[in-house]
Design a protein around this ligand. Sequence first.
Ligand SMILES: [Zn+2]
Length: 215
Amino acid sequence: MHRSHEYLVKFALESGAVDGAIIHAIVGALKAGDIPGETRVKCYEALINNWFPKQNIALAVYPMEMRYGGPREALLHAVFRQNFGCKYLIVGRDHAGVGSYYGPFDAQTIFDELWPDALELTPMKINWTFYCYKCESMASLMTCPHGKEDRVIVSGTQFRRAMQEGAELPKEFGRSEVLAILEEYYQTAEKVEIKKHAYEDLTPEMLKKIQEGKK
Ligand SMILES: [Zn+2]
């Protein structure tokens, strides 16, 4: 869970729409190279203990396998989070995606195809988020006018590569408590081949075109 994930949860808490957030971790089987549930839960705990007021956040686990079903899996997640009593589900970029199989915002736009009142839960769609050195804060394409070179954008793939090869990551990417847990995990984790993610070099202009194409 890096700074972008933290920001999504904090955005939800700041929005005034909710009085608390639940990190509902899916801890079933994953594809090779993904971080196992046990390690992710340790990261969530480190984040909650150091960076959230405890009365506003809860952590729960759900023992389901990840299907990497992208948009359809986002709908599935919405149904069972609704059954857990959630009013909103944060849907960020490439929810439950795999490689570049889905478009980066397919999991957001699929909710627009549902009939009215199909869900009691509302998707909280949040644009691509990152730390921006010029804004000196977390931001998204909705709020930051600066360029790619001003932003800390580390894809999951780049991140895994850095962890496996021992490269240093910018502190704006992840909290030190979380990165320490992940570094420890990767020291013993089996190395897997990392394939380049098609969105790694995505520019804001390319992203805009993709988003406009979806409308
Ligand atoms: Zn900026």
